[in-house]
Design a protein around this ligand. Structure first.
Ligand code: CTP
Ligand code: MG
Length: 230
């Protein structure tokens, strides 16, 4: 597929698990805010047309970027849950993005995403109902009781970890997210909303170093990875 895609970047979270003085997407990483690394990687991708960054209502840290690599960077105000923020971003996309057009959604907190993985996702998911980057589970999986004792070993086959970017048709994703919002049903990613709407998103294997920076240890790892991934 040759059409360029817009990418919604949810960045309206507070980074509670990081516990820093500012939301984690603004923490310094190799000399610039974490989110700037993420946005630069996305904007540099030849298949991406523009970025729609979703910010928190009280955000005082956004550096006011309006363009990167010659591509438009717009903003919208997010909501209480990640899915509310993604919906706000989808609603704010330029009118040139039709309901039938594919859009990407990528966490601001994943700065190490690789260009080749975005390309593979875009190529493969466009042949399906949309899709997402992920990786098959490699470790043995345990089910624990509340005190952290292992109760059982769960099958690992056909179990994947879900990453972003995720790619769906704008109109179908908006409908799916609106439906779960009406139900008051929490969803942890776009693919879950699409599954509940009856779609079967394609899992596209990507590099496991596309980490979501969540804790202080992840920051150090991301700095290391950024230096060696492209
Ligand atoms: N996000 C968002 N709107 C929300 C919650 C999250 O746009 N209401 C964004 C975050 O900014 C992040 C991505 O969704 O880029 C993934 O969320 P997560 O890693 O959970 O970030 P936070 O919610 O900020 O972190 P925490 O859960 O530790 O508070
Ligand atoms: Mg969160």
């Amino acid at each position: 597929m040759s059409r360029l895609l817009w990418c919604v970047v949810p960045a309206a979270g507070r980074g509670t698990r990081m516990g820093a003085d500012c939301p984690k997407q603004y923490l310094p990483l190799a000399g610039k805010p974490l989110i700037v690394h993420t946005l630069e990687r996305l904007a540099a991708h030849p298949r991406i047309a523009g970025l729609l960054v979703v910010l928190g209502a009280q955000d005082e840290h956004w550096p006011g970027i309006t363009a990167l690599h010659g591509k438009q960077v717009s903003t919208a105000v997010g909501g209480a849950e990640r899915s509310d923020s993604v919906l706000a971003g989808l609603d704010a996309l330029p009118s040139e993005v039709g309901d039938g057009d594919f859009v990407l959604v990528h966490d601001a907190a994943r700065p190490c995403v690789r260009e080749a993985d975005i390309t593979r996702l875009v190529d493969r998911a466009a042949q399906a109902d949309g899709g997402l980057l992920g990786a098959p589970l490699r470790d043995t999986l345990k089910r624990a009781d509340e005190d952290g004792h292992s109760l059982a070993t769960e099958p690992r086959e056909q179990r994947w970890r879900a990453f972003t970017p995720q790619m769906f048709r704008r109109g179908e994703l908006v409908s799916a997210l609106r439906a779960v919002a009406l139900d008051g049903r929490p969803v942890s990613d776009e693919a879950m909303a699409m599954e509940l709407a009856g779609f079967r998103p394609l899992l596209v294997e990507g590099a496991e170093d596309n980490i979501k920076v969540t804790t202080a240890a992840d920051l150090a790892l991301a700095e290391f990875l950024l230096a060696r991934t492209a």
